[in-house]
Design a protein. Structure first.
Length: 178
């Protein structure tokens, strides 16, 4: 329907996120683990990680709650677990969107059982007016209020539109066609 954030705007905010993370972890003796929540966070993670100037360890986890729909279908489930042992390590969760934040809260609770040194959350899109749980990301590139359903830059509709280089409002007239 319309572009909300251009590729240029997204890149500028990812630069700001990388700068914030570089400062936060510059004196770490251990490399923090950067954990991408797949699939949606992959474009954000890939762009962000290339701008990090400190040593990091890559890791990934697959969680699912939307399953390509416009509303969450159930409580989030862990589909594929992370690879690294996070005990005593700094973990940076990189997520595409924090709307209801149920997925992130489930993930954080799950990770805390493994006793990391710290957990930092970085999200591309923060939608605080959609919250169902108490949560605020440590860093968000964009905060949107009263927002429509959005696609692009990792955000999908029925697994499509993730590869758009911008974030756009999805036109619901086309819902049956995707």
């Amino acid at each position: 329907k319309r572009i909300i954030y251009s590729e240029k705007q997204i890149n500028q905010r990812i630069d700001a996120a990388a700068e914030w993370l570089n400062k936060k972890f510059k004196n770490n003796k251990q490399a923090p683990i950067f954990l991408s929540v797949l699939k949606g966070a992959l474009p954000f993670y890939g762009n962000l990680i290339m701008k990090i100037k400190i040593d990091v360890i890559f890791d990934f986890i697959v969680l699912s709650s939307f399953r390509g729909k416009m509303k969450p279908s159930c409580m989030p489930k862990i589909i594929t677990d992370l690879f690294n042992n996070i005990k005593g390590k700094d973990v940076v969760i990189v997520e595409d969107i924090a709307d209801s934040a149920k997925t992130l809260c489930v993930l954080i609770k799950y990770l805390k059982i493994r006793k990391p040194k710290s957990i930092t959350t970085v999200v591309l899109i923060n939608k605080p007016d959609k919250r169902r749980v108490s949560f605020e990301p440590d860093f968000s590139c964009f905060t949107i209020y009263n927002s429509p359903f959005i696609i692009g830059y990792g955000l999908d509709i029925n697994e499509k539109a993730r590869n758009l280089p911008y974030i756009a409002e999805f036109d619901k007239r086309y819902l049956g066609k995707v």
